[in-house]
Structure formats: structure tokens, C-alpha cells
Design a protein around this ligand. Structure first.
Ligand code: PMV
Length: 330
């Protein structure tokens, strides 16, 4: 059977940086994210005996080997094991935004692959099962299944059955936006998987980071519940800075920021001082995402464009859950 799925990317408001179990992809801390409506991955999967190896085409280019190909094959193996199927698969995937540049392409990518792949293999997983399967491909992908504001639980169990993400508020609960400033389209040099393992290994502040995350999660959840924008923005911005402090104090240092990143960050701080309420967050790349209320999104995008540092800007609303669609990519 051939199945196609679309999954939105998500941006963490409190970040995930470090695993307690690398194979099972179990995090040291939980995290909370916002799903983005206009940045997504579309993936078609077909298992068939006519294929003599797994085929993976990403954004029109076939990847025949290398890390990304191997990660997809590992994920297909997991699905084959669960569904007890033996056939190889053809996977065709498209991102409508720059891949591997700190815009959570692995999140939407593995969520779309998990939904399309599991269905194509004959499985009918529920939302929790899909989140757990997506997590095995990429931690942040566990948060791209449910839609809206999402909480990925750290969980306690070794088998990972309680480490899944669930929705804490639906997309229409609150009109919060992210204005994304793409400062470069180049792929990042340090993949998050390798970077976070180094931080766990040698960052002197790592255990404090984990403690901070638990507090920040509670504050973000409270902010969402009460629609307290100041609490949401302040907590998310500070959590991002704490994560980058951990990254920068890892050996060798992990520095994703470029001069343009800092230009946008300082602009956000000064706009806020002028009374335009907005906050920044940054992931494993130089892009800056500005968190704001719906009413301010266009003004923020206008100011960003005037600065001339962003190659592209996007206003993202809160996105919905991953879904199966009818129009296949092959
Ligand atoms: O699951 P990964 O490998 O995409 O790691 C995500 C790491 C960050 O984007 C930096 C933080 C996060 O929680 O999304």
C-alpha cells in the first residue's frame, strides 16, 4: 500500500537537549513546543517486493548512502519489525522550507515518515503510538504528531512507553505566532544528535540545565492555560538562552549563532523596550524565531525586512496535527 502524510514542524518553547538513552531516544528533560502551520514535510511511503533496497528521495534528490539515508533505513527497519513486513520501501519526501538549518526539518520529517510508513506497513497506531515511533527517529519529531501546543513527557520507563508527546492546547486556543527570520539557508555543521551527546558528556552546567527545564515547562504550561503572553515569552526566551549557554560551554564549543542571529536578537530586545511585545527563540542553527501575538506579527515582519539581514521571513500560525492525504508524491 502507498500512503502519504503531512506533518508540520514544531519549535520548542522549552528545549530538548540531551538524551538519557541514545538508542531509545529518551530525553533527560521533557519539553514543550508550538506546532507551525506553514512549515511542513510531505512524505509518501510504499512497501513493495519490487524494490530490492530502500530508496529515499529528499527534495527531488535520491540519497543512496550517508547518515540521513541510514537514519531513514533504521526507521523503516523499526516499522518493518513492528508490522512484521519484509518488503523494502520507496520513500519520497519534500520539505517546503530549508532542510537541516535549525527549522526542525527532522521533526516534521520523522513525524511524516512515521505516519505514512506505519500506515503503509498496515499498522494503525494511535496518537501516542505515533509519537513514540516518531521519537525513535528524532526526539523533536515526537512533538510533530499532535498539533497545537504540545508537551513531550520525559517519562520514567526504560522501554520508552511513557515518553511521548500530547497536546496541551489546540491550535485555536490562542493566537500566538512565530515570525521566522531565515538568516542563512546553509545546512548546519553540527547535527543536534552529536552536539547534545557532547553536552551531556562534558558541559559543566548540564545537570542544572535539566533542573531548569522542569521549572520552565511548568511556567510555559501555565502561561498557555492562562494566555499569559509575558510569562510565555519570558520563559521561552530564557530557556533558549540557557540551552545555548550549555551548547557554548560544551567542549568543543557548539556555536550556532552568526552575526545576523545576534543582530536580530538585539533588535527584538530593543523593540520590546519600545513596547512591541515579542521574544526570540533559536534552535540548532542561526535562524531566529520571534514569538508574538497575532496582532503584532505583520509589524514585526516589516521591521525584520527593513533590517535586511533575513534571506526570508515567514509568519507562522499554530499548526494542526499530522495527517494522511490523498495526493501521493509518486
Ligand atoms: O530531535 P532533534 O535531533 O531534532 O533535536 C532537537 C534539538 C533542538 O531543536 C535544539 C531543541 C528542540 O527541542 O527542538
Amino acid at each position: 500500500m502507498k500512503v502519504t502524510a503531512i506533518a508540520n514542524s514544531n519549535i520548542a518553547l522549552t528545549k530538548y537537549w540531551g538524551k538519557r538513552d541514545k538508542k531509545m531516544m529518551l530525553p533527560f528533560a521533557g519539553s514543550v513546543s508550538m506546532t507551525l502551520d506553514s512549515m511542513f514535510t510531505k512524505t509518501t511511503v510504499e512497501f513493495d517486493s519490487k524494490y530490492d533496497r530502500d530508496i529515499f528521495v529528499l527534495n527531488g534528490k535520491e540519497l543512496k548512502d550517508g547518515e540521513e539515508y541510514e537514519e531513514v533505513v533504521d526507521h523503516l527497519n523499526l516499522i518493518r519489525e513492528m508490522a512484521k513486513v519484509k518488503e523494502h520501501a520507496r520513500v519520497v519526501s519534500e520539505n517546503n522550507f530549508p532542510t537541516a538549518a535549525g527549522l526542525a526539518s527532522s521533526a516534521s520529517g520523522f513525524a511524516a515518515l512515521s505516519l505514512a510508513g506505519s500506515k503503509a506497513a498496515g499498522l494503525n497506531l494511535d496518537e501516542r503510538g505515533l509519537s513514540i515511533l516518531s521519537r525513535r527517529g528524532s526526539g523533536s519529531a515526537s512533538r510533530s504528531i499532535a498539533g497545537g501546543f504540545v508537551h513531550w513527557h520525559r517519562g520514567e520507563k526504560e522501554d520508552g512507553s511513557d515518553s511521548f508527546a500530547e497536546q496541551i492546547a489546540s491550535p485555536d486556543h490562542w493566537d500566538i505566532r512565530m515570525v521566522v527570520a531565515v538568516t542563512t539557508k546553509a545546512e548546519k555543521k553540527i547535527k543536534s544528535r552529536a552536539g547534545m551527546a557532547q553536552s551531556v558528556d562534558n558541559c559543566p552546567y548540564y545537570s542544572q540545565w535539566v533542573k531548569e527545564c522542569e521549572k520552565d515547562i511548568e511556567n510555559v504550561k501555565k502561561a498557555v492555560r492562562k494566555k499569559d503572553f509575558k510569562l510565555l515569552g519570558k520563559t521561552a526566551e530564557m530557556n533558549c538562552l540557557k540551552m545555548h549557554a550549555v551548547m557554548m560551554t560544551t567542549s568543543p564549543p557548539i556555536i550556532y549563532w552568526t552575526p545576523s542571529t545576534i543582530e536580530v536578537v538585539t533588535a527584538v530586545l530593543s523593540w520590546r523596550e519600545e513596547g512591541l511585545e515579542c521574544y526570540f527563540t533559536i534552535d540548532g542553527g542561526p535562524q531566529v524565531k520571534i514569538i508574538c501575538q497575532g496582532k503584532d506579527a505583520e509589524e514585526i515582519e516589516r521591521r525584520l525586512k527593513n533590517m535586511g539581514v533575513a534571506k526570508e521571513t515567514h509568519i507562522c500560525k499554530i499548526g494542526g496535527p499530522a495527517k494522511v492525504v490523498e495526493d501521493h508524491l509518486f
